[in-house]
Design a protein around this ligand. Structure first.
Ligand code: HEC
Length: 84
């Protein structure tokens, strides 16, 4: 087996491994839940006049401020440039 063939074979085995496929499925499932039925963006996404501000999904926002408490849903993205 040439080095290129061996490398290609190993890459093919690794990329088709169930562990990686399972992990990709889990990430996709989590993204679906967070952006869909779980409604996390209802509090965590900043809103403009026409809805969620594009590019700032899950970037954090002030949910409630009254005499008794203030509730801020923080930035729950890995991006630190989004205000929280
Ligand atoms: C009803 C509004 C609301 C919804 C819906 C909501 N959150 Fe939150 N979330 C908050 C608030 C408010 C806080 C801050 C709580 C505090 O500071 O004690 C918070 C805090 C968090 C934190 C902690 C962040 C940190 O840095 O400490 C995470 C993580 C989080 N929420 C994830 C989620 C996820 C995932 C969902 C969807 C499944 C979700 N939230 C739905 C209001 C909400």
């Amino acid at each position: 087996m040439t080095r290129l063939t061996r490398t290609t074979f190993i890459a093919a085995v690794l990329l088709s491994s169930p562990a990686i496929a399972d992990q990709q499925d889990l990430v996709a499932r989590g993204a679906y839940l967070v952006t869909g039925p779980a409604g996390c963006g209802n509090c965590h996404s900043p809103m403009g006049p026409t809805g969620v501000i594009a590019g700032q999904e899950l970037g954090g926002r002030l949910v409630e401020a009254n005499d008794m408490f203030t509730a801020i849903a923080p930035n729950i993205t890995p991006a630190s440039h989004i205000a929280d």
